[in-house]
Design a protein around this ligand. Structure first.
Ligand code: PLP
Length: 401
């Protein structure tokens, strides 16, 4: 058995050769299995981050490993000049489990949103509508179109001017939404639960108003389910737990169990692209799509959406004690996408102490918000252990302030 080599010089090496754009945690991860990852010193961590809501099957799932290896040994990439069966089968699979009629595959979430934005402009162009309405505090990605839709000035300001035609409204403010959606609007783009913004679910009332506003002017309602999709909230799409059906959704993150992929799914009436309107060299390549098919298969056969609901409920129940004790002010979210509001601004300190002293990886989306997005495969015992470790980390972080 090979021994894990310590490479604690990774931060220094990275600082010399990588563009300095990531505020990385000071650990180097070498391997992973299920809900656990191991660092270069052989320390094990229970992972409630899962590659930022990506590894729905956990780490190194044999079905993904086998699908990737098999497809890599058969056909890796031929571009979209030709038909390939894994892409076709993944499109058929996604269409069959959704109200959508067509798919377009990309390599990432932000590219899926770029595709959605271009589709909305193409659709709206027929009646001269070009504006996209999204939310203050939203996150849609880092490329220019997605960044313009993202409602967070800190990400946007250094890159101004951004593409024009993007308007932002306050989440759950129906009157503001109604006033902002006009004949100039080609799409309303919403995360059903704002993820990077701190795990804030939109109200049913707001979603119904968004659907009605889009129908009023002929705009597309597009949901960014890049973080909420692929079973994370306990249903395949988060919108299945709401009264609305969008015209299009974007997916990415967990869709191929950790292999890069993104997807735009659209209903026929929104399928405005014509031949040549959009494209990508690697998007929908056979390896990513084979991993996607394997991931969907395991989600079904292992009933992982039911597990997401059960383990999510278990987490919420166990966290009630921390709410009662006044350590947490709020627990929100659905399934295995939870946001914990700490009573004191100790979220970032808790992340560090959990990692360094309690073998637990968690993530902070703000000074007082901890996000839990573990693999959908997490077991009941692992949830108990995670809560035990989280409680200890919050106590340590609280007493240090
Ligand atoms: C809701 C949402 N949209 C888009 C993105 C961007 O996805 P990617 O990082 O794959 O480009 C993210 C990533 O965190 C996200 O959470």
């Amino acid at each position: 058995m090979s021994t894990v080599q310590t490479s604690s010089d990774a931060p220094g090496r990275e600082e010399r050769v990588h563009l300095q754009t990531y505020a990385r945690q000071p650990i180097t991860l070498i391997s992973g299995h299920g809900c656990w990852v191991t660092d270069d010193a052989g320390r094990e961590y229970l992972d409630l981050v899962a590659g930022i809501a990506v590894n729905v099957l956990g780490h190194s799932h044999p079905a993904v490993a086998e699908a990737v290896a098999r497809q890599a040994a058969t056909l890796v990439q031929v571009s979209n000049l030709y038909y390939t069966l894994p892409q076709l089968e993944l499109a058929e699979e996604l269409v069959s489990r959704s109200p959508f009629d067509r798919a377009f595959f990309t390599n990432s979430g932000t590219e899926a949103n770029e595709a959605a934005l271009k589709l909305a402009r193409r659709h709206g162009g027929e009646r001269g509508a070009h504006e996209v309405v999204s939310l203050v505090g939203s996150f849609h990605g880092r490329t220019f179109g997605s960044l313009a839709a993202t409602g967070q000035p800190t990400y946007q300001a250094p890159f101004a001017p951004l593409p024009p035609g993007f308007r932002h409204v306050t989440p759950n403010d129906v009157d503001q939404l109604d006033a902002t959606v006009t004949d100039a609007t080609c799409a309303v783009l919403l995360e059903p639960i704002m993820g990077e913004g701190g795990v804030h679910p939109l109200t049913d009332e707001f979603l119904i108003a968004a659907r009605a506003a889009c129908d009023r002017v002929g705009a597309l309602l597009i949901l960014d389910e890049i973080q909420t999709g692929v079973g994370r909230t306990g249903t395949f799409f988060a919108f299945e737990q709401t009264p609305i059906v969008p015209d299009a959704v974007t997916l990415a993150k967990g869709l191929a169990g950790g292999i890069p992929i993104g997807a735009l799914l659209v209903r026929e009436r929104a399928a405005a692209f014509k031949i040549g309107d959009h494209g990508t060299t690697l998007g929908g390549n056979p390896v990513s799509c084979a991993a996607g098919l394997a991931t969907l298969h395991v989600i079904d056969t292992d009933d992982l959406m039911a597990n997401a609901r059960a383990r999510g409920a278990q987490l919420v129940e166990a966290l009630a004690k921390l709410l009662a004790d006044g350590v947490l002010a709020e627990v929100r979210g659905r399934g295995l996408m939870l946001g914990l509001e700490t009573a004191k601004p100790i979220a970032r300190a808790a992340v560090a102490v959990a990692r360094d002293h309690h073998g637990l990886l968690i993530n902070a989306t703000g000074d007082s918000t901890i996000r839990l997005v573990p693999p959908l495969t997490i077991g009941a015992d692992e949830v108990d252990l995670a809560v035990e470790r989280l409680e200890a980390a919050l106590a340590d972080a609280g007493s240090a302030t």
